[in-house]
Design a protein around this ligand. Structure first.
Ligand code: SAM
Length: 323
């Protein structure tokens, strides 16, 4: 267990079609009430227990983590732990929060951006949000020392695959690292089809044809993104291939949902309630034993057994479990 993702909110100001489609997450959708979600104090206490069990990297996510008020306060509470503290964001609120996050002790950010083409990006975020604002967030983060910024692009066939080259070109020669993510069947609302997946091998092949690439060794065992570097020295890119090249066997990741349930897989159908333990007065030792038992008992390998049938299972939504 090395990597913990903490979802700090199930809410988001985007309605990305592959994650929180507007027809499902509409005005009638019930998000978690405030009383149900873990407080910063509860998150910090659990994070301390996880670090005691070996976690060395904590990623705050959601939903959109920066819509949770005063997120920098949580970062400050976590920053004393011997773990790297990172954040994944859609970038919309990053420019105005980057400094406070850095001062609170945030180490790095990953920003999602699916296209540089205005019409395509807005069709994907379904919230009329402009590309320029996200780029402003990326630049602000870099200026504040939250880099190298990783930029996540989910590639969906027929939607933004024509933007692969433009995205590679935009971030070549900068210190930022673009990562191309295969479109996944997370949750059960995005209408996923295998035909919509653009395999990472195809992404690499398209870029390599213009700017030759070579593979790079992983930074550490269990790294999810496969690294490639430009032969001309213009930096590196990454691909995340959870559909075509499952990495379940090296997974060292746990996920804590917004309301304090623990998940051992992004594609899980149920979690393990830690909030009741927390709020029921359990000691840190009791919580530690529970987490260890869940970790040792895990048998998840969803990405290795995925078929078009399994994709319709009632999996937990990514915005709830934390992307
Ligand atoms: N709101 C933040 C953001 O946009 O980065 C954090 C949460 S979001 C769920 C985390 C990451 O998951 C984003 O990079 C997003 O593009 C990615 N993601 C969401 N749904 C996905 C899907 N169906 N397939 C692949 N990646 C997905």
């Amino acid at each position: 267990m090395r990597d913990l993702r903490i979802s700090v909110t199930d809410r988001c100001n985007f309605r990305c079609v592959y994650c929180m489609p507007r027809e499902v997450f509409d005005a009638g959708h019930e998000f978690l009430p405030h009383s149900a979600i873990l407080s910063f104090e509860e998150i910090a206490r659990l994070a301390g227990v996880f670090v005691g069990l070996g976690v060395r990297k904590i990623r705050l996510t959601g939903g959109e983590p920066l819509v949770r008020k005063q997120l920098h306060r949580l970062v400050a509470m976590l920053s004393g732990l011997p773990a790297e503290i990172t954040l994944t964001t859609n970038g919309s609120l990053l420019a105005r929060q980057a400094r406070a996050l850095k001062e609170a002790g945030l180490d790095r950010v990953t920003v999602s951006l699916d296209s540089l083409d205005e019409a395509t990006f807005q069709a994907m975020n379904d919230a009329d949000f402009p590309v320029a604002k996200v780029i402003e967030g990326i630049e602000a983060a870099a200026t504040e020392g939250l880099g190298p910024v990783k930029i996540n692009m989910v590639v969906k066939r027929g939607m933004n695959e024509r933007d692969i080259i433009a995205m590679a070109e935009r971030w070549r020669g900068t210190r930022h690292i673009i990562r191309f993510i295969e479109y996944m069947d997370v949750g059960s609302t995005n209408g996923w089809r295998m035909d919509d997946v653009v395999p990472s091998a195809e992404v690499i092949q398209r870029i390599h044809a213009i700017w030759p690439l070579e593979p790079v060794d992983p930074n550490y065992a269990g790294e999810v993104a496969e690294r490639w570097r430009y032969l001309d020295g213009a930096g590196e890119i990454g691909v995340i291939s959870s559909v075509t090249q499952a990495f379940c066997s090296s997974c060292n990741r746990m996920r804590l949902s917004t309301e304090g349930s623990l998940y051992t897989c992004l594609f899980a159908q149920s979690g393990h309630d830690l909030k009741s333990l927390l709020r029921g007065g359990a000691s840190d030792d009791e919580i530690r034993n529970e987490i260890a038992a869940v970790w040792q008992g895990r048998a998840d390998r969803y990405s290795e057994i995925r078929t078009s049938q399994t994709s319709s299972l009632k999996k937990v939504e990514m915005s709830y479990i934390g992307g």
